[in-house]
Ligand binder design. Sequence first.
Ligand SMILES: NC(=O)c1ccc[n+]([C@@H]2O[C@H](COP(=O)([O-])OP(=O)(O)OC[C@H]3O[C@@H](n4cnc5c(N)ncnc54)[C@H](OP(=O)(O)O)[C@@H]3O)[C@@H](O)[C@H]2O)c1
Length: 357
Amino acid sequence: MALSVKDFFNTQLFLKIPQPTTSFASKTVIITGANSGLGKEAVKHIVTLGATKVILACRSLSKGNEAKFALQRFLKCSPDALEVWELDLESPASVKEFAARANKLDRLDVLINNAGIQTLNFSVVYGTERAVAVNVIGTFLLACLIVPKLMETSARLGVDTHLTFVGSALFNAAKYPRNHGDDIFTYLSEKKNVDMMNQYNLSKLFQILSVIQLASIVDPLTSTKASASNRLIINTLDPCFCKTGLAREISGVLRPVFTLFEFLFARTAEEGSRLVVQTASAGGETHGGYMRSGELKTYPPLITSEGGVRRRKYIWELLEKTLEVSANTDIPLFSLWSEQLSLGEEHDRFETALPTP
Ligand SMILES: NC(=O)c1ccc[n+]([C@@H]2O[C@H](COP(=O)([O-])OP(=O)(O)OC[C@H]3O[C@@H](n4cnc5c(N)ncnc54)[C@H](OP(=O)(O)O)[C@@H]3O)[C@@H](O)[C@H]2O)c1
Protein backbone atom coordinates (compact mmCIF):
# COMPACT_ATOMS: atom_id res chain seq x y z
CA MET A 1 0.00 0.00 0.00
CA ALA A 2 1.41 3.41 -0.96
CA LEU A 3 1.24 6.42 1.38
CA SER A 4 -1.83 8.64 1.15
CA VAL A 5 -2.82 11.78 3.07
CA LYS A 6 -5.93 10.02 4.41
CA ASP A 7 -3.86 7.08 5.63
CA PHE A 8 -1.36 9.47 7.27
CA PHE A 9 -4.09 11.37 9.20
CA ASN A 10 -5.76 8.16 10.24
CA THR A 11 -2.54 6.57 11.48
CA GLN A 12 -1.27 9.66 13.26
CA LEU A 13 -4.46 11.02 14.78
CA PHE A 14 -7.22 8.44 14.98
CA LEU A 15 -5.82 4.92 15.02
CA LYS A 16 -6.13 3.14 18.35
CA ILE A 17 -2.89 1.28 18.92
CA PRO A 18 -3.50 -1.56 21.36
CA GLN A 19 -0.97 -2.55 23.99
CA PRO A 20 0.99 -5.62 22.90
CA THR A 21 -0.12 -8.74 24.77
CA THR A 22 1.79 -11.70 23.29
CA SER A 23 3.96 -13.31 25.95
CA PHE A 24 7.75 -13.11 25.76
CA ALA A 25 8.11 -15.53 28.70
CA SER A 26 11.55 -17.23 28.81
CA LYS A 27 12.72 -15.39 25.72
CA THR A 28 16.06 -13.70 25.14
CA VAL A 29 15.72 -10.58 23.02
CA ILE A 30 18.23 -8.18 21.44
CA ILE A 31 17.13 -4.64 20.55
CA THR A 32 19.56 -2.42 18.67
CA GLY A 33 19.51 1.31 19.43
CA ALA A 34 17.74 0.57 22.71
CA ASN A 35 19.10 3.53 24.64
CA SER A 36 16.49 5.96 23.30
CA GLY A 37 13.26 6.45 21.37
CA LEU A 38 11.32 3.45 20.13
CA GLY A 39 13.97 0.94 21.18
CA LYS A 40 13.97 2.02 24.82
CA GLU A 41 10.16 1.96 24.97
CA ALA A 42 10.08 -1.47 23.33
CA VAL A 43 12.33 -2.78 26.13
CA LYS A 44 9.68 -1.77 28.68
CA HIS A 45 6.96 -3.76 26.92
CA ILE A 46 9.11 -6.81 26.32
CA VAL A 47 10.27 -7.06 29.93
CA THR A 48 6.70 -6.51 31.15
CA LEU A 49 5.59 -9.31 28.82
CA GLY A 50 7.92 -11.73 30.61
CA ALA A 51 11.24 -11.85 28.71
CA THR A 52 14.04 -13.46 30.72
CA LYS A 53 16.72 -11.26 29.23
CA VAL A 54 16.74 -8.15 27.03
CA ILE A 55 20.07 -7.05 25.57
CA LEU A 56 20.32 -3.34 24.82
CA ALA A 57 22.69 -3.06 21.85
CA CYS A 58 24.06 0.49 21.98
CA ARG A 59 26.89 2.30 20.27
CA SER A 60 27.67 4.16 23.49
CA LEU A 61 28.03 2.04 26.62
CA SER A 62 27.52 5.05 28.85
CA LYS A 63 24.23 5.98 27.13
CA GLY A 64 23.23 2.30 27.25
CA ASN A 65 23.93 2.03 30.98
CA GLU A 66 22.07 5.25 31.67
CA ALA A 67 19.06 3.83 29.82
CA LYS A 68 19.43 0.51 31.65
CA PHE A 69 19.30 2.17 35.09
CA ALA A 70 16.32 4.29 34.10
CA LEU A 71 14.54 1.17 32.77
CA GLN A 72 15.37 -0.81 35.92
CA ARG A 73 13.93 1.94 38.10
CA PHE A 74 10.80 2.12 35.94
CA LEU A 75 10.28 -1.63 35.58
CA LYS A 76 11.51 -2.64 39.04
CA CYS A 77 12.90 -5.72 37.30
CA SER A 78 15.78 -7.96 38.34
CA PRO A 79 19.20 -6.50 37.43
CA ASP A 80 19.78 -9.69 35.37
CA ALA A 81 16.86 -8.91 33.07
CA LEU A 82 18.75 -6.17 31.21
CA GLU A 83 22.23 -6.20 29.73
CA VAL A 84 24.02 -3.51 27.74
CA TRP A 85 26.30 -4.67 24.93
CA GLU A 86 28.33 -2.36 22.73
CA LEU A 87 27.41 -2.26 19.05
CA ASP A 88 28.38 0.29 16.45
CA LEU A 89 26.75 -0.52 13.12
CA GLU A 90 29.28 1.71 11.36
CA SER A 91 32.12 -0.61 12.36
CA PRO A 92 32.30 -4.12 10.87
CA ALA A 93 34.67 -5.15 13.68
CA SER A 94 32.13 -4.06 16.29
CA VAL A 95 29.27 -5.83 14.48
CA LYS A 96 31.27 -9.06 14.14
CA GLU A 97 32.35 -8.98 17.78
CA PHE A 98 28.77 -8.38 18.86
CA ALA A 99 27.47 -11.23 16.69
CA ALA A 100 30.13 -13.63 17.98
CA ARG A 101 29.03 -12.84 21.54
CA ALA A 102 25.35 -13.25 20.64
CA ASN A 103 26.09 -16.58 19.03
CA LYS A 104 27.31 -17.83 22.43
CA LEU A 105 23.99 -17.12 24.17
CA ASP A 106 22.04 -20.15 25.42
CA ARG A 107 19.19 -19.05 23.22
CA LEU A 108 18.22 -16.08 21.10
CA ASP A 109 14.53 -15.66 20.31
CA VAL A 110 14.25 -12.17 18.86
CA LEU A 111 16.54 -9.65 17.18
CA ILE A 112 14.88 -6.27 16.65
CA ASN A 113 16.92 -4.22 14.17
CA ASN A 114 15.77 -0.86 15.40
CA ALA A 115 18.90 1.33 15.34
CA GLY A 116 18.89 3.81 12.51
CA ILE A 117 19.80 7.33 11.49
CA GLN A 118 18.29 10.17 9.54
CA THR A 119 20.92 12.72 8.63
CA LEU A 120 21.23 15.76 6.41
CA ASN A 121 25.03 15.77 6.59
CA PHE A 122 26.83 13.85 3.89
CA SER A 123 29.60 11.43 4.90
CA VAL A 124 30.85 8.06 3.71
CA VAL A 125 30.98 4.76 5.62
CA TYR A 126 31.38 1.23 4.13
CA GLY A 127 32.12 2.97 0.81
CA THR A 128 28.68 4.57 0.59
CA GLU A 129 26.59 7.39 2.06
CA ARG A 130 26.22 7.00 5.83
CA ALA A 131 22.40 6.59 6.13
CA VAL A 132 22.57 3.69 3.68
CA ALA A 133 25.64 2.38 5.51
CA VAL A 134 23.93 2.28 8.92
CA ASN A 135 20.32 1.53 7.96
CA VAL A 136 21.20 -1.12 5.39
CA ILE A 137 24.80 -2.39 5.36
CA GLY A 138 25.57 -2.43 9.11
CA THR A 139 22.04 -3.58 9.90
CA PHE A 140 22.16 -6.51 7.46
CA LEU A 141 25.70 -7.45 8.43
CA LEU A 142 24.44 -7.96 11.96
CA ALA A 143 21.21 -9.67 10.88
CA CYS A 144 22.98 -12.09 8.56
CA LEU A 145 25.55 -13.05 11.18
CA ILE A 146 22.77 -13.76 13.66
CA VAL A 147 20.33 -15.67 11.42
CA PRO A 148 22.01 -19.04 12.21
CA LYS A 149 21.60 -18.48 15.97
CA LEU A 150 17.92 -17.61 15.57
CA MET A 151 17.38 -20.69 13.41
CA GLU A 152 19.31 -22.90 15.79
CA THR A 153 17.21 -21.68 18.77
CA SER A 154 14.07 -22.27 16.78
CA ALA A 155 15.06 -25.79 15.72
CA ARG A 156 16.46 -26.89 19.09
CA LEU A 157 13.65 -25.55 21.26
CA GLY A 158 10.80 -25.92 18.78
CA VAL A 159 9.77 -22.27 19.06
CA ASP A 160 9.18 -19.43 16.62
CA THR A 161 12.00 -16.90 16.56
CA HIS A 162 11.84 -13.39 15.08
CA LEU A 163 14.09 -11.14 13.04
CA THR A 164 12.29 -7.80 12.86
CA PHE A 165 13.41 -4.65 11.04
CA VAL A 166 12.08 -1.25 12.04
CA GLY A 167 11.52 0.32 8.63
CA SER A 168 9.60 3.39 7.59
CA ALA A 169 6.61 4.11 5.35
CA LEU A 170 8.83 6.78 3.80
CA PHE A 171 10.30 4.04 1.59
CA ASN A 172 7.26 4.85 -0.58
CA ALA A 173 8.59 8.38 -1.15
CA ALA A 174 12.13 7.36 -2.14
CA LYS A 175 13.47 8.64 -5.43
CA TYR A 176 15.55 5.83 -6.90
CA PRO A 177 18.54 7.33 -8.76
CA ARG A 178 18.73 6.78 -12.50
CA ASN A 179 21.94 5.92 -14.30
CA HIS A 180 23.80 4.86 -11.20
CA GLY A 181 26.05 2.46 -13.06
CA ASP A 182 26.90 -1.04 -11.87
CA ASP A 183 27.25 -0.25 -8.19
CA ILE A 184 24.68 2.06 -6.61
CA PHE A 185 26.42 1.99 -3.22
CA THR A 186 29.64 3.35 -4.76
CA TYR A 187 27.62 5.84 -6.82
CA LEU A 188 26.16 7.18 -3.56
CA SER A 189 29.62 7.66 -2.10
CA GLU A 190 29.99 10.81 -4.23
CA LYS A 191 28.36 13.89 -2.76
CA LYS A 192 27.30 15.22 -6.18
CA ASN A 193 25.12 12.12 -6.68
CA VAL A 194 23.32 12.36 -3.36
CA ASP A 195 20.19 14.28 -2.37
CA MET A 196 20.34 14.24 1.43
CA MET A 197 16.58 14.95 1.67
CA ASN A 198 16.04 11.64 -0.16
CA GLN A 199 18.72 9.52 1.50
CA TYR A 200 16.74 8.32 4.52
CA ASN A 201 13.81 7.31 2.32
CA LEU A 202 16.14 5.56 -0.11
CA SER A 203 17.85 3.69 2.72
CA LYS A 204 14.46 2.48 3.94
CA LEU A 205 13.59 1.37 0.39
CA PHE A 206 16.84 -0.61 0.17
CA GLN A 207 16.08 -2.01 3.61
CA ILE A 208 12.58 -3.26 2.80
CA LEU A 209 13.75 -4.78 -0.51
CA SER A 210 16.49 -6.59 1.39
CA VAL A 211 14.10 -7.83 4.07
CA ILE A 212 11.89 -9.39 1.39
CA GLN A 213 14.85 -11.00 -0.31
CA LEU A 214 16.33 -12.31 2.94
CA ALA A 215 12.94 -13.76 3.89
CA SER A 216 12.74 -15.48 0.52
CA ILE A 217 16.13 -17.12 1.12
CA VAL A 218 15.57 -18.07 4.76
CA ASP A 219 12.05 -19.26 4.22
CA PRO A 220 10.24 -21.39 6.74
CA LEU A 221 8.15 -22.79 3.91
CA THR A 222 11.13 -24.42 2.27
CA SER A 223 13.57 -24.99 5.12
CA THR A 224 13.71 -28.74 5.59
CA LYS A 225 14.03 -28.26 9.33
CA ALA A 226 11.02 -25.99 9.63
CA SER A 227 7.57 -26.91 10.75
CA ALA A 228 4.56 -24.88 11.80
CA SER A 229 5.94 -24.37 15.29
CA ASN A 230 9.59 -24.21 14.43
CA ARG A 231 10.52 -21.30 12.27
CA LEU A 232 12.35 -18.01 11.93
CA ILE A 233 9.92 -15.25 11.07
CA ILE A 234 11.50 -12.30 9.25
CA ASN A 235 9.35 -9.18 8.97
CA THR A 236 9.38 -5.39 8.93
CA LEU A 237 7.16 -2.51 10.00
CA ASP A 238 6.49 1.18 9.94
CA PRO A 239 6.18 2.37 13.56
CA CYS A 240 4.31 5.55 12.40
CA PHE A 241 5.64 9.07 12.90
CA CYS A 242 6.76 9.38 16.53
CA LYS A 243 8.43 12.02 18.65
CA THR A 244 11.97 10.70 19.17
CA GLY A 245 15.51 11.95 18.67
CA LEU A 246 15.62 10.69 15.07
CA ALA A 247 15.32 14.11 13.43
CA ARG A 248 17.78 15.79 15.81
CA GLU A 249 19.92 17.09 12.93
CA ILE A 250 17.16 19.17 11.38
CA SER A 251 18.20 22.78 11.91
CA GLY A 252 17.84 26.27 10.42
CA VAL A 253 14.50 27.27 8.90
CA LEU A 254 13.37 23.67 8.74
CA ARG A 255 13.54 23.26 12.56
CA PRO A 256 10.46 25.35 13.54
CA VAL A 257 8.46 23.85 10.68
CA PHE A 258 9.39 20.34 11.78
CA THR A 259 8.67 21.12 15.46
CA LEU A 260 5.17 22.34 14.56
CA PHE A 261 4.55 19.27 12.37
CA GLU A 262 5.75 17.04 15.19
CA PHE A 263 3.55 18.84 17.73
CA LEU A 264 0.49 18.40 15.51
CA PHE A 265 0.97 14.85 14.29
CA ALA A 266 3.62 12.81 16.09
CA ARG A 267 2.66 9.93 18.31
CA THR A 268 4.68 9.19 21.43
CA ALA A 269 7.64 6.82 21.24
CA GLU A 270 5.72 4.52 23.57
CA GLU A 271 2.83 4.25 21.09
CA GLY A 272 5.21 3.53 18.20
CA SER A 273 7.00 0.91 20.28
CA ARG A 274 3.75 -1.05 20.68
CA LEU A 275 3.80 -1.61 16.91
CA VAL A 276 7.44 -2.71 17.05
CA VAL A 277 6.69 -5.26 19.78
CA GLN A 278 3.56 -6.48 18.01
CA THR A 279 5.59 -7.17 14.84
CA ALA A 280 8.40 -8.86 16.77
CA SER A 281 5.88 -11.39 18.11
CA ALA A 282 3.65 -11.73 15.02
CA GLY A 283 2.78 -15.03 13.37
CA GLY A 284 4.25 -16.82 10.35
CA GLU A 285 1.82 -15.04 8.01
CA THR A 286 4.02 -11.93 8.40
CA HIS A 287 7.19 -13.66 7.11
CA GLY A 288 8.60 -11.40 4.40
CA GLY A 289 5.78 -8.97 5.13
CA TYR A 290 5.36 -5.33 6.13
CA MET A 291 3.18 -4.19 9.02
CA ARG A 292 1.76 -0.71 9.27
CA SER A 293 -0.90 0.57 11.67
CA GLY A 294 -0.90 -2.87 13.25
CA GLU A 295 -1.89 -4.66 10.03
CA LEU A 296 -0.07 -6.73 7.46
CA LYS A 297 -0.08 -4.64 4.28
CA THR A 298 0.12 -5.59 0.63
CA TYR A 299 3.24 -4.22 -1.03
CA PRO A 300 2.84 -1.37 -3.55
CA PRO A 301 3.87 -1.70 -7.22
CA LEU A 302 7.14 0.05 -6.31
CA ILE A 303 8.03 -3.31 -4.78
CA THR A 304 5.98 -5.86 -6.70
CA SER A 305 6.29 -4.55 -10.27
CA GLU A 306 8.79 -6.15 -12.63
CA GLY A 307 11.13 -3.18 -12.02
CA GLY A 308 10.68 -3.51 -8.26
CA VAL A 309 11.58 -7.20 -8.31
CA ARG A 310 14.60 -6.46 -10.53
CA ARG A 311 15.82 -3.76 -8.11
CA ARG A 312 15.30 -6.05 -5.14
CA LYS A 313 17.47 -8.76 -6.64
CA TYR A 314 20.06 -6.21 -7.74
CA ILE A 315 20.26 -4.54 -4.28
CA TRP A 316 20.49 -7.91 -2.58
CA GLU A 317 23.29 -9.14 -4.83
CA LEU A 318 25.22 -5.93 -4.21
CA LEU A 319 24.56 -6.09 -0.49
CA GLU A 320 25.71 -9.70 -0.34
CA LYS A 321 28.93 -8.72 -2.11
CA THR A 322 29.43 -5.72 0.16
CA LEU A 323 28.86 -7.80 3.28
CA GLU A 324 31.32 -10.43 2.19
CA VAL A 325 33.97 -8.17 0.65
CA SER A 326 33.81 -4.52 1.79
CA ALA A 327 32.75 -5.41 5.32
CA ASN A 328 35.47 -8.06 5.20
CA THR A 329 33.33 -10.82 6.59
CA ASP A 330 35.55 -13.82 6.68
CA ILE A 331 32.70 -16.32 6.77
CA PRO A 332 30.85 -17.05 3.56
CA LEU A 333 27.48 -16.09 5.01
CA PHE A 334 25.07 -17.71 2.68
CA SER A 335 26.85 -20.95 1.95
CA LEU A 336 27.32 -21.35 5.71
CA TRP A 337 23.60 -21.11 6.25
CA SER A 338 22.73 -23.62 3.58
CA GLU A 339 25.28 -26.14 4.83
CA GLN A 340 24.45 -25.82 8.51
CA LEU A 341 20.74 -25.38 8.32
CA SER A 342 19.77 -27.38 5.25
CA LEU A 343 17.88 -24.51 3.67
CA GLY A 344 15.80 -25.31 0.66
CA GLU A 345 15.80 -23.54 -2.66
CA GLU A 346 15.25 -19.79 -2.67
CA HIS A 347 11.54 -19.20 -2.39
CA ASP A 348 10.27 -16.05 -4.02
CA ARG A 349 7.02 -15.03 -2.42
CA PHE A 350 6.06 -12.91 -5.44
CA GLU A 351 6.27 -15.94 -7.66
CA THR A 352 4.20 -18.07 -5.28
CA ALA A 353 1.97 -17.30 -2.34
CA LEU A 354 1.87 -13.73 -1.07
CA PRO A 355 0.42 -13.19 2.39
CA THR A 356 -3.19 -12.09 2.18
CA PRO A 357 -3.70 -9.32 4.73
N1 LIG B 1 10.59 8.28 14.99
C1 LIG B 1 9.91 8.07 13.88
O1 LIG B 1 8.99 8.84 13.55
C2 LIG B 1 10.21 6.89 13.01
C3 LIG B 1 9.37 6.64 11.91
C4 LIG B 1 9.65 5.56 11.07
C5 LIG B 1 10.74 4.75 11.36
N2 LIG B 1 11.56 5.02 12.43
C6 LIG B 1 12.69 4.13 12.68
O2 LIG B 1 12.72 3.75 14.02
C7 LIG B 1 14.02 3.36 14.40
C8 LIG B 1 14.35 3.93 15.77
O3 LIG B 1 14.46 5.34 15.67
P1 LIG B 1 13.91 6.36 16.76
O4 LIG B 1 12.84 7.14 16.11
O5 LIG B 1 13.64 5.70 18.04
O6 LIG B 1 15.16 7.38 16.85
P2 LIG B 1 16.31 7.55 17.94
O7 LIG B 1 15.72 7.89 19.25
O8 LIG B 1 17.28 8.48 17.32
O9 LIG B 1 16.94 6.08 18.05
C9 LIG B 1 17.87 5.60 17.12
C10 LIG B 1 18.81 4.66 17.85
O10 LIG B 1 19.74 4.12 16.90
C11 LIG B 1 21.03 4.24 17.44
N3 LIG B 1 22.07 4.26 16.42
C12 LIG B 1 22.29 5.20 15.47
N4 LIG B 1 23.38 4.91 14.76
C13 LIG B 1 23.89 3.77 15.28
C14 LIG B 1 25.03 2.97 15.00
N5 LIG B 1 25.92 3.32 14.05
N6 LIG B 1 25.24 1.86 15.72
C15 LIG B 1 24.38 1.51 16.71
N7 LIG B 1 23.30 2.23 17.04
C16 LIG B 1 23.06 3.35 16.33
C17 LIG B 1 21.00 5.54 18.24
O11 LIG B 1 22.10 5.61 19.14
P3 LIG B 1 22.58 7.02 19.73
O12 LIG B 1 21.63 7.39 20.82
O13 LIG B 1 23.95 6.72 20.25
O14 LIG B 1 22.57 8.01 18.60
C18 LIG B 1 19.65 5.38 18.92
O15 LIG B 1 19.75 4.56 20.05
C19 LIG B 1 14.93 3.84 13.28
O16 LIG B 1 15.31 2.72 12.48
C20 LIG B 1 14.05 4.77 12.48
O17 LIG B 1 14.42 4.83 11.11
C21 LIG B 1 11.31 6.08 13.25
